[in-house]
Design a protein around this ligand. Structure first.
Ligand SMILES: *Cc1c(COP(=O)(O)O)cnc(C)c1O
Length: 424
């Protein structure tokens, strides 16, 4: 469920008509709904009710300070994968002791900063990382709270680029070697083992892979405890999928995911952590764009719009589907015809949809990509020297620009021309 609905013939974000925002900031832009973000956070809270838990929002889905602050106010923790995300989480008001640090390539500088501010835990992904963290922590006279990310070798049955729990993926340590790695960690003075971590991928549309992964984690927990480790926290990662295509079968509900967690690991009496990103932010955002041209092609028409792959890369990168809707509500008797929706970037990959049935739209008409709140703005670039597009947050009848569109001058000011090119 989201809060983007038609009212009086126009698509609204909560109580704000989209054309009003378009007039104010120009197109293209991202718009997020506070009510939707809050609702999705609470759905996870309800799903885990009765357990000692922390919902660590995965910043990489949408790291805008205003989005993170909206969730931080509800008590969310944060899952970060870089020093930059750590800075964002802190700046948005997430307390350090609710921040977990994931990722296969943490640098010593990032570790030092995370230890300095006192984060909750490091999710360690390899033995070399364990050694490096031990050294950094000891040099600071500290002990780093650690879970080790295990790779349970289950197929998340999602897109290959976002599947992370198979043996051939780069993530975590093979679960078959986990006891050895824990033994190694247990012998390091700078390391304080607190739990086990697993994250098998993103956009999961079936609970079965979670069931096998969590069951393996539960078995491992018993073994590790028998080995003498004080396993008191289980971080079960993120990855629950969202309905990108409304006509498809709905993915599992957070409530059922919560029930599965309680059933598979509840008996271990551990603190439960989850790291949802997409499910919280995905359907809380739209990408709004204008039609520049309607172009007749051979056998098909093209809708050339002012958003492009640099603004929303998911279709080009993952062959992702986004529902596209006109901002002006089509009448029920309005005919639809297939069009290719494309951006202005000089690559054939800059195609958002092929032969998509849409009502007739003309130059100047507004359209919206649904489910664009996660892995949208955060993955954007200025390819083709197209400035990053603005982000807007709606809250009831109010809206605010939460990231400005840079001017061309601001964009160019980030480059510098070396001295020798100024010499005659
Ligand atoms: C990406 C990621 C997440 C969030 O995944 P979603 O599919 O957005 O829920 C959580 N944990 C880790 C370690 C990740 O890399």
């Amino acid at each position: 469920m989201d809060h983007f609905t038609y009212r009086d013939g126009l698509l609204n974000a909560e109580e704000v008509p989209i054309p009003l925002i378009a007039e104010s900031v120009g197109t293209p832009f991202y718009v997020y709904s506070t009510a939707t973000l809050e609702r999705h956070y609470r759905v996870f809270e309800e799903a885990l009710e009765g357990t000692d838990h922390l919902i660590a929002y995965s910043l990489k889905a949408n790291g805008n300070l205003a989005v993170v602050a909206t969730l931080a106010r509800l008590g969310a923790g944060a899952d970060v994968v870089s020093g930059g995300e750590l800075a964002r989480a802190l700046a948005a008001g997430v307390p350090a002791d609710r921040i977990v640090f994931s990722g296969v390539g943490k640098t010593s500088d990032e570790m030092r900063e995370a230890l300095r501010v006192g984060i909750r835990q490091f999710n360690v992904e390899s033995e070399p990382e364990l050694e490096a963290l031990d050294q950094v922590a000891r040099a600071m006279g500290k002990r780093a709270a650690v879970t080790i990310r295990v790779n349970p070798d289950v197929d998340a049955q999602t897109h290959e680029k976002i599947s992370t729990g198979k043996a051939e993926n780069k993530f975590g340590v093979p679960i078959s070697r986990a006891r050895q790695v824990y033994a190694h960690a247990g012998a390091l003075e700078g390391i304080d083992i607190v739990g086990v971590d697993v994250h098998i991928g993103s956009q999961l549309t079936d609970l079965a892979p979670y069931e096998s992964a969590f069951t393996k984690v539960a078995e491992l927990t018993e073994l590790l405890r028998a080995d003498g480790h004080d396993i008191r926290r289980l971080d079960l990662g993120g990855g629950l999928g969202i309905p990108y295509q409304r006509s498809n079968a709905a993915p599992p509900l957070p409530f059922d995911y919560g029930a599965l967690i309680k059933r598979t690991v509840g008996h271990l009496d551990c603190e439960i952590q989850i790291e949802p990103g997409r499910l919280i932010a995905g359907n809380a955002g739209l990408l709004v764009s204008s039609v520049i041209y309607r172009k007749e092609g051979e056998g098909r028409d093209f809708l050339v719009i002012d958003a492009a792959m640099n603004d929303l890369i998911r279709p080009a990168m993952y062959d992702a589907w986004h529902d596209i809707v006109p901002v002006r509500e089509p009448g029920s008797d309005q005919p639809v015809a297939p069009v290719d929706v494309v951006g202005p970037v000089c690559e054939t990959g800059d195609t958002f949809a092929r032969t998509r049935d849409l009502p007739l739209m003309e130059a100047g008409d507004l359209l919206a990509f649904r489910s664009a709140g996660a892995y949208g703005a955060v993955m954007s670039s200025e390819y083709n020297s197209r400035p990053l597009i603005p982000e807007v947050l709606v809250n009831g009848a109010e809206f605010a620009v939460i990231r400005e569109r840079p001017t061309y001058a601001e964009m160019l000011a980030r480059d510098t021309v070396p001295q020798w090119l100024h010499r005659p």
